[in-house]
Ligand binder design. Structure first.
Ligand code: SIN
Length: 315
């Protein structure tokens, strides 16, 4: 039960994109993205009587997330967030690329109202289904007056878009915010804030208005023992417009790979440096080092570079 202060006036819109939360089958051999978002809402008795609207934006396993779906999702979010009667929006999503979508939406929309991504590690048909509780918590959060920006809620923990990452391939408790920790917790319908919510300036929908098929190609290359420049050269030849290097440790890069990246930069390609480590941020930027993506995972750094390359129409 929510107390009075947590009962925000307003509609919560739930946008479905697929994922295991909408999956059907056993705990390993299931198919993601099978059940409609309306069916997911209908399966949570505690949501009956809430002011909700549900809309299916996509129905995919999030490993297959595309730029075109991101574009459509951002457009539908902007539409609903602009409606006065809407308190916030929930997005049901797969866990596998949730963190990339979260960063993309935060950078494009930086919404003043909450956009709450949620997901599940077990399909809707599982005896251990975690989707219903996650969806209930997401609706609670989307209606909570203290929330803003794009966040993710799973297992009662609310994660910020820069920090959220999937750390475990199968456990129910698969998400974390690293050293920074969660923004808030949701327990028994009560939200307890722990630190400040995401803010910042929105890049705006115009930034992503071009046909998604024409968006610049940005790829990730990995530094590892025995690495060389072959992949970088192949990607440049294939038309890459930007590269993220997933470096070792504090963002260090094998000398042979680094030489190829330096040639790519000299040819005008921007390069961002992230870390293979599963937590923490790259510290410092020694003279001459490639620009760092800070706390962003390589996959989020790719989103960041993509958005930088998608210049506004006027520039
Ligand atoms: C997906 O990301 O769509 C499948 C995996 C999951 O949601 O847990």
């Amino acid at each position: 039960m929510q107390n009075k202060s947590q009962q925000a006036a307003g509609t919560v819109v739930i946008l479905g994109t697929g994922g295991t939360i909408a999956g059907s089958g056993d705990d390993v051999g299931y198919t993601a993205g099978q059940m409609s978002v309306q069916a997911l809402v209908g399966a949570v008795p505690a949501l009956a009587g809430r002011q909700l609207e549900a809309e299916q934006v996509a129905q995919v396993d999030s490993k297959d997330m595309s730029h075109a779906i991101w574009q459509r999702l951002a457009q539908r979010l902007a539409h609903h967030l602009a409606r006065e009667e809407v308190a916030g929006v929930v997005v049901t999503h797969g866990t596998d690329t949730l963190e990339e979508t979260a960063w993309f939406l935060q950078r494009v929309l930086a919404p003043a109202k909450p956009v709450v991504l949620t997901a599940a590690m077990r399909p809707a048909t599982s005896l251990q289904a975690d989707g219903p509780q996650n969806l209930l918590d997401a609706v609670t959060l989307a209606a909570w007056p203290g929330a803003q920006g794009v966040v993710a809620v799973l297992q009662g923990r609310v994660h910020g878009p820069a920090e959220v990452r999937k750390r475990q391939p199968f456990a129910l408790d698969a998400f974390e915010s690293g050293e920074d920790g969660p923004l808030a917790v949701v327990q028994e319908g009560q939200v307890r804030a722990l630190r400040s919510w995401p803010s910042g300036e929105a890049l705006g929908l115009e930034r992503i208005a071009a046909d998604a098929g024409t968006w610049p190609r940005v790829d990730i290359v990995v530094s590892h023992a025995g690495a060389d420049g072959v992949v970088v050269e192949a990607l440049v030849a294939a038309g890459a417009r930007g590269l993220v290097v997933e470096g070792t440790g504090n963002g260090t890069v094998h000398a042979s790979l680094l030489a190829a990246l330096a040639r790519a930069r000299a040819a005008g390609l921007p390069v961002l440096r992230a870390s293979r480590c599963s937590g923490g941020a790259i510290v410092g930027s020694p003279e001459g080092a490639l620009p760092t993506a800070g706390v962003l995972t390589p996959a989020k750094a790719r989103v960041e570079l993509l958005l930088q390359l998608l210049l506004p129409p006027s520039s």
